[in-house]
Design a protein around this ligand. Structure first.
Ligand SMILES: [Zn+2]
Length: 312
């Protein structure tokens, strides 16, 4: 039996046929519709097309950006207005399609794929942390995604690092996300520039308001002192958050996704150093303890399909 995986993000919906080895066949991508009604029609059309082409489709897995409960009800999404009033995605799709459909959060799906088929495959306990516009994540214990009492577990971006810290998208202040998301790296670089501490980056980019996190990464990769200082401070924030997760879960591996992965060793070398520095005695991390995600943009659709297969 194979599954159809669906990954719904703020700008695009990705589809594919997935087998139990996590292989993705016949991927397809369309822009995210603005209403749930249109989205549902697109999903049903795409599922019917795959069913015509493949005779062993048994289940649909759907990863949605947002707060998804254990019944596959999407309560809210910061990036998908169609979910603003809540959508019973799992039940509606089951009713329309007449087949098993499982809906979970998109980060849980991506984390499941990375932990099962990516670099986490040899470890029982893996934490996935996506450092993008915000921070999403998944906690995988004994190969299973921990969903909590309601389904909301693993939202690793929103534990507090400093109550007096910057405002977070969730409305609180000083969350891990407010310090360590990809967006936070951009803000940090602009703060350096505004106080005159990022001359190389300003001369490369021009307008301070146009500086993004990757500009700091480029400067650091060229050995420029302002870029190195910014990435080092940022990597300390990331390590501060990760060491808290290590102390709570003692994972065998941490997999980092999101746009900042493009920085490569420029980020991962100082990050590993600071994580070791902040860890409690007893932890001696290998270089492959914290690694970049392998499956990239396909992780969500692969994880949605593979997770659904594991449910039937
Ligand atoms: Zn927050």
């Amino acid at each position: 039996m194979r599954a159809i995986g669906v990954d719904l993000g703020g700008t695009k919906m990705s589809f594919g046929v997935i087998n139990s080895d996590g292989e993705l066949i016949d991927p397809h991508r369309i822009p995210t519709a603005s209403t749930w009604g249109e989205m549902k029609t697109s999903i049903i059309d795409q599922v019917r097309r795959y069913q015509n082409d493949y005779d062993d489709i048994g289940v649909v897995g759907f990863g949605a950006a947002g707060m998804v409960d254990l019944n596959g009800y999407v309560h809210y999404s910061p990036n998908v207005p169609a979910f603003d009033n809540g959508v019973g995605a799992q039940q509606e799709l089951r009713d329309e399609l007449g087949m098993d459909v499982f809906v979970d959060n998109d980060n849980n799906c991506a984390g499941y794929a990375e932990a099962t088929f990516g670099d986490g495959a040899k470890k029982a306990h893996t934490i996935f942390v996506g450092l993008g516009t915000g921070i999403g994540g998944a906690i995988i214990i004994n190969g299973k995604v921990i969903r909590g009492e309601h389904g909301y577990a693993g939202d690793v971006g929103h534990f507090t690092m400093d109550p007096n810290g910057p405002l977070c998208a969730c409305g609180r202040t000083g969350c891990f996300e407010a310090f360590a998301s990809g967006s936070a790296l951009g803000r940090l670089a602009r703060d350096y520039a505004k106080r005159g501490d990022a001359p190389n980056i300003v001369s490369a980019v021009g307008n301070i308001d146009n500086i993004v996190g990757l500009d700091a990464g480029k400067a650091a990769a060229q050995g420029l002192s302002d870029g190195i200082a910014i990435v080092d401070e940022y990597s300390r924030y990331v390590a501060t958050g990760l060491v808290s997760l290590v102390n709570i879960f003692d994972p065998g591996k941490i997999i980092i996704g999101g746009g900042v992965v493009e920085l490569g060793d420029t980020l991962f070398v100082p990050l590993r150093m600071h994580l070791q520095e902040y860890a409690q005695a007893g932890y001696n991390f290998d270089d492959d303890f914290v690694v970049p995600a392998k499956l990239g943009e396909h992780a969500g659709v692969i994880g949605a399909g593979a997770w659904a297969l594991s449910q039937v």
